[in-house]
Design a binder for this molecule. Structure first.
Ligand code: SF4
Length: 353
């Protein structure tokens, strides 16, 4: 029944939305894995699995957005939130560099009071260390634009001039406004998320794209998310990688109000493989060991992933939802080698170190 879709994939042709829905409904896990793996092998015939050594720095947890799936933020009126001082930022960067780290993933809550000058000063200060700054996801950029009454382009130009090197694809969750309205009504909408990425790509800034699935979205809304990313990538070719992971429900308002169960490894691998098959214009797909643990992460290399993500010397957001997997660079290399691949350290743009 699925032969025509499989033929299309073997001939390296793009699958349609209908094909995606049929695969999602009818293909079993092994069929999806075989198809995703065949695409991965064509794109990366050398069996290399990359990873990056970096650290997450969440400069503040104070946030006005109060997304229902977030266990990390503190409301401004709560009074218990933090804002990192420059010296703390410097120490974290120096520690990262001493461990061979090459980049900082810099993200924070949507703070109500900080000016764009504050962020520019923070970037300039951090950049003195020479580290690559992969920072500020689209909801933060839109927030800065709103507060400073500047356009997204002007905000990005100022941040780039102050040292911003690339943008992480956080805050995408599901790029469908029904879902966003229900789960994070104060956050930027799908068009605004995509606008930041399109403008960033136009300014030669590379970015990643993410998807957080397994909460209140339908299969059609997952498809809408992938379709919008594929369309933008056709236009700009600015995304370096796609990173899907399942919603982590513990300690979140969403899980309290709707009896959502955590997605299983089976569901994760299916979605990863479907993403690899549908997103034919994305070269790199990351395994999410942070949410799935090392064993499913190894398996993900047979379901379309060609990258093990980052060592995440520090991670706070998923940890706030009760998930605390930790892996050193040595362990990542062992997991990748044991799965039959060659581990190679990379930079944000996927060039090898
Ligand atoms: S996900 Fe981000 S924007 Fe939403 S509440 Fe958490 S910190 Fe704020």
């Amino acid at each position: 029944m699925l032969t025509s879709i499989k033929d299309k994939i073997s001939a390296q042709n793009r699958i349609s939305d209908q094909d995606f829905l049929r695969l999602e409904a009818e293909a079993d896990l092994f069929e999806l894995g075989t198809l995703a793996s065949s695409i991965r092998k064509k794109k990366h015939p050398d069996s290399v699995v990359t990873y990056v050594v970096d650290r997450n720095i969440n400069y503040t947890d104070i946030c006005v957005s109060a997304c229902k799936f977030c266990a990390f933020f503190k409301a401004p009126e709560d009074g218990s939130g933090y804002l990192l001082e420059k010296e703390e930022l410097r120490q974290k960067i120096v520690e990262t560099q001493e461990l061979g780290g090459t980049q900082i993933l810099l993200q924070g809550g949507l703070h109500p009071d900080l000016s764009l000058d504050y962020y520019q000063d923070m970037l300039r200060f951090m950049k003195e260390t020479g580290i690559h700054i992969h920072g500020f996801s689209p909801p933060e950029i839109q927030h800065f634009a709103r507060l400073s009454e500047l356009s997204v382009k002007e905000v990005l130009e100022r941040l780039i001039a102050s040292g911003l090197d690339s943008i992480p694809g956080g805050g995408a969750e599901i790029l469908s406004d029904r879902v966003r309205q229900a789960a994070a009504p104060r956050k930027c909408n799908s068009d605004e998320w995509l606008e930041v990425m399109e403008v960033a790509h136009g300014l030669n800034l590379r970015t990643t794209a993410t998807m957080m699935f397994g909460h209140i979205e339908t299969v059609e809304e997952r498809l809408e998310h992938l379709r919008r990313l594929r369309e933008l990538q056709d236009k700009t070719h600015g995304f370096t990688a796609f990173i899907p992971w399942p919603f982590q429900p513990d300690n979140t308002a969403l899980a309290e109000s709707t009896a959502i169960e955590k997605a299983t490894g089976f569901e994760y691998l299916r979605m990863l493989a479907l993403s690899r098959i549908y997103l034919d214009n994305f070269d790199n797909l990351q395994a999410s060991w942070v949410t799935q643990g090392p064993k499913i992460a190894q398996l993900s290399l047979f379901f379309g992933a060609n990258d093990f993500g980052s060592t995440m010397i520090e991670e706070n957001v998923v940890a706030a939802a009760g998930v605390r997997f930790r892996l050193s660079e040595k362990e990542i290399c062992r997991l990748v080698s044991d799965a039959g691949f060659t581990p190679r350290k990379r930079l944000m743009d996927y060039s090898l170190v």
